[in-house]
Structure formats: C-alpha cells, structure tokens
Write a protein that binds this ligand. Structure first.
Ligand SMILES: Cc1cc2nc3c(=O)[nH]c(=O)nc-3n(C[C@H](O)[C@H](O)[C@H](O)COP(=O)(O)O)c2cc1C
Length: 314
C-alpha cells in the first residue's frame, strides 16, 4: 500500500557514485540487469525536484515492489526534503548526503522477517529508480526505530530498516569528487569477490559459481549494505541456492546495529529476484528458521536466511 505525505521539516546529505558506471551520462533507461550492477549510493544530488511525470513513475515504483512475505503489509511514505536540511544527521545516518530532493520511508508490519522484507522491497525500489537514471542512497534507521515511529506516527510494530533518499545525481565536478570520497570512506569500492561469498556443496569449498548461478551471485554482490558490511554468503547445495548472513560482523559492530544483517540480506535477495526477472528465470524463495533439518551444515557464525528454489528448465 502506498501512502503519500509531505513533511515540513528538513534534511540534507552527501552522495557518491561513478566508479563503474558513469552517472554523468545520465542514461534515462538502463536495462534491468545493468541497473542492478550499476546502482550505487549517490550522496550528492541536483537540488531540483523530479518533474511531475517522473514523480508519478516513482510513485508507481514505490507502491509495487514484490513482497518477500506476502502477509506482511508494506507502506512507503514519500516526502520532499526541505532545502538546506541535513537528512543523514536528522535521521541518524552517517556521512553527508547533499541536496536530495526526495526521500521514502518504507516500513513493514507483520509477524515474521519484517526487516528482511523491508530490505527486499526497498532495494527493488532503489534498482528500479536506477533504471530510470534516478540516484538513491539508504540512510540506516535500525538504531533509531522507536524515535522514527514516534516522529512519523507509525504503528508500534512498524519495522523500518532504512530511509531511501533519491533524486537526480549531481553532475557538478565537486559533486563527483565528494561522491568518490564518500564511497571510499564507506568502503563501497571494496565489494567482496564471488570467491569470498560463494561455496559449493560445503562451506569448506569456496568455488566459482556454476554458469547458470553466476549472474545471480554477481547481482547479489552488488547489493548495498550498511557500512558496506556485505553480510551475505551463498551455498549451492543439492541443486538449491541457500543464503546465509554473518551473525556478527566487525563493520556493523555489536548491538542493535547487527540487525542490519537482516535488512541487507533482504537487499541481496532482491537483487537476485530482479536478476531472475531480467534473465527470465523462474523460482521462489523459502525463508529458513534456525535448526531445520533441510538446512545444510554451516559454520556457527553464519545464520541461515532463505533458500532459492529455481524452476526446472522445461
Ligand atoms: C541499511 C543501509 C543503511 C545505510 N546508511 C547509510 C548512511 O547512513 N549514510 C550513507 O552515506 N550511506 C549509507 N548507506 C549506504 C552504504 O554505505 C552503501 O550501500 C555501501 O557502502 C555500498 O555502496 P554502494 O551502495 O554504492 O554499492 C546505507 C546502506 C544500507 C543498505
């Protein structure tokens, strides 16, 4: 369900971009798979709001991400950012995000896997915006969820995970430099390699992904994560792809912020789902609970998250 709102308070941030993909070319429509790989956090924006027609398309995008858990109600509140506001500061994130004209507050209700679902749906939004040439950046909310619920008058059981700011990336030279510096500072140019995150049959066996899985793992490795923690690990076992997340991660640090692993694991799953759509592959996710007999053997430090069951090729 889509909710719309305007908020008179402020925000403002920093941005990034442009290592692998040249945002400056501002290609209006990227192919979906290309958009998954090209999407990166943008922290400096053109302060102009999107035009009405583009905003209408954005409203369509934010209201229709696929659910991870179909019983979980999903809402996405859309706001304009008042000039001069500092969103990263006001919303409790890190870094600076400069001049984003708009932001979305996505939240998920329900009983199970709400944070995974929030990351899953919000990342679909981020990629579809990228495919229109619209830049975005998450601002983490996990440590401040109670405050944010109160501030935005959300239900007590709302899980938020992160805000998503968006707009046209700044093409000013200063903007590009800032984006690159912030990307370096947040470690974004250091994505783990497939060989660091993919294992075949057993976690003792890091291996290159088989050909038909490789584009899905490539999509997952490009997912965003808070402080670039990249908690996802993949095991190809008995013809199924299992995703795990690291229980503890030096980048997240200890405490509440470790819950980002659920949101960010959900974002990696979203990239896989979108890659399947782009490559015309069928299949579905089955969420995992701890200690189910069907979960393959894994190190204690990894937490089972979900299994991807691909349709048989017919
Ligand atoms: C849940 C979440 C919270 C984030 N919070 C912030 C933030 O507060 N400030 C910021 O500048 N970037 C934030 N980011 C962006 C990450 O730093 C970025 O995704 C990561 O460094 C990888 O870079 P990339 O998105 O360009 O691939 C966040 C990302 C996620 C997924």
């Amino acid at each position: 369900m889509l909710s719309m709102a305007r908020r008179p308070s402020g925000a403002n941030v920093t941005h990034s971009s442009a290592f692998l993909y040249n945002w400056d070319m501002m290609l209006p429509h990227l192919d979906l798979y290309e958009a998954i790989l090209a999407r990166r956090s943008v922290r400096r924006y053109d302060r102009q709001p999107l035009d009405e027609a583009t905003l209408e398309r954005v409203k369509g995008i934010i209201s229709t991400p696929q659910p991870l858990i179909s019983d979980n109600p999903f809402h996405a509140l859309l706001y304009d950012v008042p000039a001069g506001a500092d969103l990263a500061k006001d919303l409790g994130g890190y870094g600076r995000i400069v001049n984003p004209p708009h932001y979305v507050l996505p939240y998920v209700l329900g009983q199970e896997h709400q944070l995974e679902d929030a990351g899953y749906r919000a990342q679909q939004i981020a990629v579809r915006l990228a495919s229109l040439g619209i830049g975005s950046c998450f601002i983490g909310a996990v440590r401040r969820e109670a405050e944010i619920r109160a501030l935005y008058d959300l239900p007590e059981n709302a899980r938020i995970g992160a805000f998503l700011v968006f707009g046209h990336p700044s093409v000013a030279v200063g903007g590009r430099v800032t984006n690159q510096l912030i990307r370096l500072a947040s470690g974004a140019s250091r994505k783990l390699l497939a060989s660091d995150i993919f294992f075949e049959e057993d976690f003792d066996n890091p291996a290159p992904p088989p050909d038909h899985i490789a584009p899905l793992i490539e999509a997952a490795r490009h997912a965003p994560s808070a402080v670039n923690a990249q908690p996802w690990r993949f095991l190809w076992h008995n013809g199924r792809l299992h995703i795990f997340v690291t229980r503890h991660n030096g980048r997240y640090g200890r405490g509440l912020q470790e819950e980002y692993r659920f949101h960010d694991g959900g974002a990696a799953m979203a990239n896989i789902t979108l890659a399947m759509e782009a490559l015309d592959l069928g299949g579905h996710w089955e969420m995992l609970k701890e200690a189910e007999p069907r979960i393959p053997k894994h190190p204690l430090g990894l937490q089972p998250m979900a299994t991807l069951v691909l349709d048989e090729e017919g």
